[in-house]
Every structure is written in C-alpha cells, then in structure tokens.
Design a protein around this ligand. Structure first.
Ligand code: FPP
Length: 243
C-alpha cells in the first residue's frame, strides 16, 4: 500500500518568493555587526535554495536589494554587493551541478561593475538549466517594474486596444515566469515593501517572526505546510472550486 501523501506533496507552490528580512536585528541581538548578519543571511540563502531544489520547486525569487536600500550607509551597501560577488563565485559550481538557472529582476545597470560582471557570468553559465529557476531581485522595485513595462510598451508603439494583462506581463521583469504562489516574509514585519506588486495579486502570504538568518529547511517546510492548508479560490466560491 502506498503511503498517503503529506499536504506538502499534494500541493506545492510552483513559485516561492521571499522577502529576506531581519539580518540586522539578528546580528544586533547577538552583539554582532550588521555585516555578520548579512553573512549569516547568505548562508540561509544557500540552505533554502538547496531545499527548494530537493523539493522540486520550479521557481524561487529572493528579494536581495531594493531600490530603497540605496539609502543605507554606503559601507553597508558596498558590503552587500561584495557579499553577492562572493556568493556567486562560491555557489556557481553547485548551480551548474544542480541544474539551477539564475536570473535577475531589477535594473542591474546601476550595480557596481564587479557585481554586474559576476551576475552576467553566472546567468550566462546557467542559462540552459531547467530544474530550479532562481531569481534575485536586485535594485528592484515593484512600482519601477510597472513603470518600465509601460515605457517599453509605449516605445514599442503598442496600440491601446492591444494592451492586455498577458501582453503587459510580457514586458515586466518577470516575463515568462509564473506569478508567485507563495510570498514569505521573515522577521515579523507584515507588509510587501514594493515587492512583486503586480505579480502577487493572488499570492498566498506567509509571515513569520523568525529572522532570515534562522530561516532554514524546517522553517521552509512549515511555510509549505501552511500553504498546503490554504484554500485558493481566485475570487470563486468554495463550491465552484471543488466542481
Ligand atoms: C533585510 O534585512 C535584508 C537585506 C536588505 C539584504 C538581504 C541580503 C541577504 C539575505 C544576504 C545576501 C544575499 C545574497 C543573495 C547573497 P535587514 O538588514 O533590513 O534587517 P533589519 O530589518 O533587521 O535591519
């Protein structure tokens, strides 16, 4: 007799998007520098990517740097991009081995040259991978995404009657990828902070008090369990959904 499937196995999200919050508070609570918190955060990234790959999640998006984050002290911003470069250098072999494709959502032209180079290299090397599509939201803003899509639609000479949701989506940074089924935010804040505003219209939202550096496989599994228990109706009634 086959074992009954766990809720997670019955109902896994195709696309998980995560607002990785709380590195600074995690560090401060331990008498460490904010940089130590970000370093611990990058270790959590590795754990969560590995777990998603194991589970067969097809898309994972991580909010790594918002347009608003440029307002942080210069030293912290510099540290975050240096950390990104080391992360890409260290993780690229595993991404290649594990068939993980890397993409970016956001305008990377404003990033330091070393970060742009490392991203371009990793994206080119993994472009044909198919198991897990890992997106890093960098210099990202959900509103800026909508504005850049409008600008490009107009620049392409699109006529008013041709603008549909489908066409509009194809101009967003997320073009070609499914909308997130599940958006997770760590560290107790209950807001979206300009993340995937258009794409999260019907996402399930999951908030946890755990700080990002402490978010691991067990915490991801808990979020997936909560997701599996949700009833997604997309505006329809429960009866309609079941028929
Ligand atoms: C928010 O926590 C986190 C960030 C702005 C940066 C996210 C970066 C990482 C998780 C590490 C590096 C990522 C990659 C992909 C290598 P916060 O610092 O605002 O926390 P706080 O609200 O407690 O201060």
């Amino acid at each position: 007799m086959t074992q009954p499937k766990t809720p997670q196995e019955r109902s896994l999200p195709a696309h998980i998007a995560i607002i990785m919050d709380g590195n600074g508070r995690w560090a401060t609570a331990r008498g460490l520098s904010r940089s130590e918190g970000h370093k611990a955060g990058s270790r959590a990234v590795r754990t969560v990517v590995t777990r998603c790959r194991e589970l067969g999640i097809s898309h994972l998006t991580l909010y790594a740097f918002s347009q608003e984050n440029w307002g942080r002290p210069k030293k912290e911003v510099g540290f975050l991009f240096d950390l990104l470069v080391s992360f890409l250098r260290d993780e690229l072999p595993a991404m290649e081995r594990e068939n993980i494709r890397l993409s970016v959502f956001g305008d990377i032209s404003a990033l330091p040259m070393a970060a742009r180079k490392a991203l371009d290299h990793a994206m080119a090397r993994t472009a044909r991978n198919t198991a897990l599509h890992l997106n890093l939201a960098l210099n990202y803003s959900g509103r800026a995404d909508i504005v850049q899509a409008c600008r490009r639609l107009m620049a392409a000479g699109t006529s008013e009657q041709d603008v549909t949701e489908e066409l509009f989506s194809s101009f967003l940074w997320t073009a070609g990828q499914p909308d997130p089924d599940l958006v997770i935010r760590t560290s107790g804040e209950i807001r979206l902070s300009n993340f995937l505003l258009y794409q999260s219209a019907y996402s399930e939202l999951y908030f946890t008090d755990i700080a990002w550096p402490d978010f691991g496989s067990e915490q991801l599994d808990e979020a997936l369990h909560a997701y599996a228990m949700r009833s997604r109706r997309f505006g329809r009634t429960e009866e309609q959904k079941q028929s």
